[in-house]
Design a binder for this molecule. Structure first.
Ligand code: HAX
Length: 455
């Protein structure tokens, strides 16, 4: 039972108001479509950058492949969501009563519409989500039928696929929907799906770790806090705030990272939001992508246990240097694009300094931050020796009792689906075609390079 003085009241007066994101997106479409049409007509044959052989073999690292106006990773300022840094977002996005951390509803409005929401805009998204949050009973049956040792990401991806039968886009497509309306049907699917994410994630968590306990979303909590409530943390207000922070900072990281690009590629075939998001999550589940937060926490706990407590700086330096000599990486450090401390790390560190300065694993995070950058710089090869988002996020979950490492990627995915779906709505709005890049054989590539050399 949630105590009355612990809740952030969602304003009932706004419950009846229809969200206006569709109108606001529609109002911007002529301008965007004209701009893109002009770019293609006037500069369609301009080369933006050259692609090297190493890039073709090297996972297309750094090759610009798609446009995304939802977010951009600035090497120095970090991620900008619709142009705003994490610090700015934490200041500017609307907050529910009694908390300093913004509501996810406001962030989702920003990602979709591209404009800062008013408090009312954010509340309408929150209420729209609440009204659409009920899970169909067959989903409970599906989850309950799955063995307890099933990976939570499988259950997550599977749940989203199961909900596809209610896709508005697919139904309307079968009915002969006009191309101009694709984005609106995609928006409907996106709202329906994102509305259910806290309940889906909680259902999975409770099935795997809380003996199947069932809790409904609370009328009075926002989207993020509702997840906390449904996993039995309804009265832990600090954890509510951590959820708000976590879901905001993980929501998008450009459009061409493995999971976001997967979602957009699938959706470009006009497979709906459910197919696309499930596919995106499957990419996120890989150890090179969404699992880094667990690897980092495991590493920190390993260090802590090795020294039977907090190591001194000298001990930590020796330990980290040995690790590098063995050819291992220091998890949570480095980044393919960023060239400074990740603003998402800083935001979480500020949270920890305020709420859990005495936590010894957090103190270890701090010590690693003092010691490791110099060691990585000394290697002369690490391009960014600073911490990334994953250097701390597991530590925070662990502190508040969410100790099931393998579940952390579900939390990441829950947040990232906001970014995926905002991208999908806009891809359909600007009429992005099916993706079909080209592959090449090694022989053709070799022949090409040799013929270039002889010219
Ligand atoms: N520890 C040790 N060595 C590192 C390192 C680290 N934290 N970061 C980079 N390096 C090494 C690389 O392994 C590479 O060595 P080789 O030339 O011998 O192969 C060299 O430094 C140059 O790498 P880079 O250009 O600086 O970095 P990349 O773009 O190749 O890789 C990674 C970026 C994030 C994968 C890398 O920094 C890394 O492995 N970090 C540790 C794991 C980690 O924190 N992953 C989470 C990333 C956050 C994220 O994107 N989440 O979604």
């Amino acid at each position: 039972m949630i105590q009355a003085d612990n809740v952030r009241i969602l304003r009932p007066a706004w419950r009846e108001r229809k969200y206006r994101m569709d109108e606001r997106i529609a109002a911007q479409l002529p301008k965007w479509r004209d701009q893109i049409k002009h770019l293609i007509e006037q500069h369609g044959d301009s080369a933006f950058e050259k692609v090297t052989v190493s890039q073709i073999y090297g996972g297309l690292r750094g090759v610009t492949t798609i446009v995304s106006d939802i977010s951009y990773v600035d090497p120095e300022a970090g991620i900008r969501l619709r142009g705003y840094t994490i610090k700015e977002l934490l200041e500017l996005l609307p907050k529910a009563e009694g908390t300093e951390i913004p509501m996810a509803g406001g962030l989702y409005y920003l990602l979709l519409v591209g404009e800062l929401p008013t408090f009312e805009d954010a509340m309408i998204v929150e209420n729209t989500w609440h009204d659409r949050s009920t899970l169909p009973s067959y989903l409970l049956d599906i989850i309950n039928a799955m063995p307890r040792d099933t990976h939570p990401m499988i259950l997550f991806s599977q749940s989203i696929m199961a909900l596809q039968r209610d896709s508005v886009f697919s139904r309307r497509y079968q009915e002969g929907m006009h191309k101009e309306d694709y984005w609106e049907a995609t928006l409907e699917d996106s709202l329906n799906l994102t509305a259910k994410l806290p309940s889906i994630a909680a259902l999975i968590y409770n099935h795997l770790y809380r003996e199947g306990e069932l809790t409904s979303p609370s009328e009075v909590l926002d989207w993020s806090a509702n997840f906390a409530h449904m996993i039995g943390k309804g009265n832990d207000l600090e954890y509510h705030d951590l959820c708000r922070l976590f879901f905001i900072i993980h929501s998008d990281h450009e459009g061409a990272n493995a999971s976001a690009h997967t979602a957009r590629l699938v959706n470009s075939t006009l497979a709906d939001v459910y197919y696309a998001c499930s596919a995106g999550l499957n990419a996120l589940a890989g150890p090179l992508h969404g699992l880094a937060n667990q690897a980092c926490l495991k590493w920190l706990l390993g260090v802590y246990n090795h020294f039977n407590g907090l190591p001194t700086k000298e001990q930590l330096k020796t330990y980290a240097e040995k690790q590098l000599k063995k050819g291992h990486v220091i998890p949570g450090y480095g980044h393919a694009v960023l060239r400074t401390t990740d603003a998402r790390f800083t935001a979480q560190r500020d949270f920890a300094l305020e709420h859990l300065p005495e936590d010894e694993i957090f103190q270890l995070v701090e010590r690693v931050y003092e010691v490791v950058p110099d060691i990585l710089m000394a290697t002369g090869k690490v391009k960014n020796p600073w911490p990334n988002v994953d250097a701390i996020n597991g530590t925070l979950q662990y502190h508040y009792g969410v100790k099931e490492f393998e579940f952390y990627t579900v939390l990441f995915g829950m947040s990232r689906i906001m970014g995926f779906t905002a991208g999908l709505v806009w891809d359909r709005a600007i009429g992005k075609p099916i993706e079909r890049p080209k592959s090449i054989t090694t022989k053709r590539l070799s022949d090409f390079v040799e013929s270039e050399q002889h010219q």
